[in-house]
Design a binder for this molecule. Sequence first.
Ligand code: IPE
Ligand code: IPE
Ligand code: MG
Length: 253
Amino acid sequence: MDQLEKKISSLDKSRMPVHVAMIMDGNGRWAKQQGFARSDGHTEGISTVHRVTKMSSDLGIKYLTLYAFSTENWNRPSDEVATLMYLIGWAIERELPELLSNNVRIHLLGDIERIPEEPRQKLFYARDSSAHCTGMQLNICLSYSSRWEITDAARKLAKLAAEGKIEPDSITEEMVADNLTTTGMPDPDLLIRTGGEERVSNYLLWQIAYSELYFTPVLWPDFSNEEYVDAIIDFQNRERRFGKTSEQVQNNE
Ligand code: IPE
Ligand code: IPE
Ligand code: MG
């Protein structure tokens, strides 16, 4: 049994995270370290996406949500944005057959209309082709930011109120959640950020209210399956109290 298999077998199968979210950070620094162009870091990062997706599906994770491109990333140099858009289209096309054979359902979160036509069509094709899949749900966040999403939800609810379809005073947390891009999904149990920054960068702000946060200095292209399992082991050692006392949690109250 190798090191990875040993770690996997040490996991408590009854306490697996249902939903894992990831901020895939550090591609640029990885490339710089190797003396490569930033775009090479993004290309290398796609291999990690491939590996992490397969690993998640094999571990029985139900939802994997990946931050691939933020609203703020549109402000990067235009050649880097163009490369990222090209790579996103290329990667989804290349990965689709294996995703389908692993029964993975693809879901797109974000302002997808802003993605250029060619990669956008490839993304829609992948999403639609996987609609029948019943295994893990892979959420790809593109042109996504939490403030964009929450503002959009506020706009939708305001319209319903203006049309007299709902009462402003009757707006509940569930109604807000139902108008986010993650509607119908459980909140992430575990949020992993690679690349060493200990911040959330406008990601799933509403949904991570009670997620366990895991930060690692490892750069995304170097993020191994072993490190992924380490993050889950760390998660399993935490006590999730949701505002209650430790005693209440231990007595299952
Ligand atoms: C994450 O890597 C990928 C995207 C944001 C698209 P970065 O490109 O942010 O890499 P660093 O943070 O500059 O190393
Ligand atoms: C967060 O990484 C966004 C993605 C991984 C897609 P950034 O590199 O954009 O985050 P900041 O700018 O360091 O906060
Ligand atoms: Mg970064």
